[in-house]
Design a protein around this ligand. Sequence first.
Ligand code: 2P0
Length: 394
Amino acid sequence: MQKVTCTAPVNIAVIKYWGKRNEELILPINSSLSVTLHQDQLKTTTTIAASRDFTEDRIWLNGKEDNINHPRLQSCLREIRRLARKRRSSGGEDGVSRILSDKVHICSVNNFPTAAGLASSAAGYACLVYTLAKLYGVEGELSEIARQGSGSACRSMYGGFVQWLMGEREDGKDSLAQQVEAETHWPELRILILVASAEKKHVGSTAGMQTSVETSPLLKFRAESLVPGRMVEMIDAIRKKDFEAFGQLTMKDSNQFHATCLDTFPPIFYLNQVSQRIISLVHRYNAHYGKTKVAYSFDAGPNAVIFTLEPTVSEFVEVVKHCFPSESNGDTFIKGLTVSPSPLSSELTSAISGDIFPGGVNYVIVTQPGPGPAESQDPALDLLGPDGLPKSTA
Ligand code: 2P0
């Protein structure tokens, strides 16, 4: 039995992807740009084993066996195996030839709750494609294959700041992810995830964006006329580490994505009351200081992703605790990077008060930009036992 274990990160878009021009190949109607989050806080781990003793391809996700015949999963398997065959016929490794006819067992887990509404499909498909590529000895450009699992997954193939170029070709060969800057580029940048609701989202992204493409004139305008300029501005802000520009554009792009959701018919609502309170809190906090110190972004769910710089983290976490007091405000409320206590000034408290909503935020994950997928050297992370079955179903 040959076995490989890899991990892959979550990414958060600051220029949003919403809408496809080709559903099957997953080709977007606009380019997008994201920040890869650090795997110390959020990651998917995948082990894939190949053996001639396996009678069929099988997959387990978060402890439960799932359907291996899912079309997107099959696309990724087919494409990687095709590349591996191509490599073999051009004189690649012998070992690969043998395992190419073997069936595989795939086991994948997230270290964060899927129900938290974080983009698990991005990390999941990135990890699947990366691990398959390692197993079959395939190297080079893999984001085009990850894209066929889930659009946003192509951006999780790199660390740091990543753009997904929409491309022009019908076959999708130029619809790829590229690193704009490495994770070390902006060391002060921090990302806080405010988990506002553990409820499952009502409208899935795939179906939601399809309805938006069919019905929203605003989405068409955004994709054609606004995003190209925003991509240039965002890359410039990141290269210059200009938080004012980065934060403003991040918030505007998130708001515009949710405006296209409201412009969709029937409309889609991802933001809830807690999300709206967080938006107004961020604006009040920034107004108090007269500059953009924190910025929010929301995906297809109510959780807030807050971007800020390291010196602001402890105070803003205190602000969140103040506005969303919780019984677990102690140890379990803040997860991830260590945050030191920071007393709030009375001026700041009065500037942000009026927005007290007990229990609105369940917990906060504090993280930073991180690297792309990697092969694990730690046998403890291996998810499949010597029999090729999941070690535990916990
Ligand atoms: C993004 N989202 O850019 C945007 C912002 C959600 C809001 O990518 O159909 O799960 O698998 O390509 O990638 C979510 O969409 O959709 C997403 P598919 P995906 O991160």
